[in-house]
Design a protein around this ligand. Structure first.
Ligand SMILES: [Fe+2]
Length: 299
């Protein structure tokens, strides 16, 4: 003994867990679940070795994760928000739905989509309160070769001119305001009217928002319009199209912005039927197009 505390030999936890799994009779111990369990533990150990947290810092992490659980319920999913703001949701989407060149990229649907929206006739005005600057949208739905997809079903949803979706703002916006489900015609074309959306901030009053705010970051999203397009024989396209002139275009908190999804929400001359216009082509991929394999489920 030289007076200094002897260093405790590092326990080979990973090796022991691997051995226990190998000896386990658990039904899934040697499958993808077992491999994921080991891989995740290995990465966490690497992190701990790299960051060397104090006991107080480790407790702060435990408290943060506990708070995320408490902040999540049927109406709010703080875990999903955490995955979104660290870019993991987008990465999982990229891995599972690779986008062939020329196809419109698939992005996250976000938390505001509704499945119960009534179908509207082509040409409908999605603004049920008339608030905001009118925007005429002209959509063309095609396959990768540019051939029209007749009768494609197009769901649209967006925030209003104040950056709020109707289901966030039920006291001030009518039910289904700025939402619609419409069919493209035989040439894959669809026109409708709406209002120019404004960008918004996701709720920042939960643990994820507070963490980002402590880092000087915001949960900001540039202005966009969401689309979900379905057609028999094609992979469902869920995407959103961004206003390329929005000042926040380079700092989307959810990493949804891609060059192919930038659009001109262009101003129309005075006297036009609408104040803005948006012309878009959405390109779908046929079912069975070479893509990523569906991984074995972990649950
Ligand atoms: Fe959105």
């Amino acid at each position: 003994m030289d007076g200094t505390a002897p260093e405790t030999a590092q326990k080979d936890v990973l090796g022991e867990i691997g051995q226990r799994l190998a000896a386990s009779s658990g039904a899934r111990s040697d499958g993808r679940l077992g491999a994921a369990f080991l891989a995740i533990i290995a990465r966490v150990h690497q992190l701990v070795d790299e960051l060397q947290p104090s006991a107080a810092e480790f407790q702060a992490v435990v408290d943060f994760l506990t708070e995320i659980g408490h902040a999540s319920d049927a109406r709010r999913q703080e875990w999903v928000l955490l995955a979104d703001v660290i870019g993991v949701s987008t990465r999982v989407e990229e891995l599972n739905t690779p986008c062939p060149e020329g196809a419109t990229p698939i992005t996250l649907p976000g938390p505001f989509w509704r499945d119960d929206v009534p179908e509207l006739p082509p040409g409908a005005d999605l603004s049920r309160d008339g608030v905001g600057e009118a925007m005429a949208v002209s959509l063309h739905v095609t396959d990768l070769a540019g051939a029209p997809i007749a009768g494609a079903l197009v769901d649209v949803w967006q925030a209003n001119a104040h950056g709020l979706y109707e289901n966030q703002d039920p006291d001030l916006q009518p039910e289904f305001n700025l939402r619609g489900r419409m069919r493209a015609d035989a040439d894959g074309r669809l026109q409708f009217r709406t209002v120019k959306p404004r960008g918004y901030f996701l709720p920042e009053d939960g643990p994820v928002g507070r963490l980002l705010n402590a880092l000087g970051l915001r949960l900001e999203r540039p202005a966009h319009v969401h689309f979900k397009v379905t057609a028999p024989g094609f992979r469902t396209l869920v995407t959103h199209v961004f206003d390329r002139d929005d000042p926040a275009i380079g700092r989307d908190a959810l990493f949804g912005v891609r060059p192919e999804l930038l659009a001109q929400f262009r101003a129309l001359p005075p006297g036009s039927a609408a104040k803005h216009a948006l012309d878009l082509t959405l390109v779908l991929v046929r079912d069975g197009h070479a893509g990523g394999a569906t991984p074995e489920t972990l649950s």
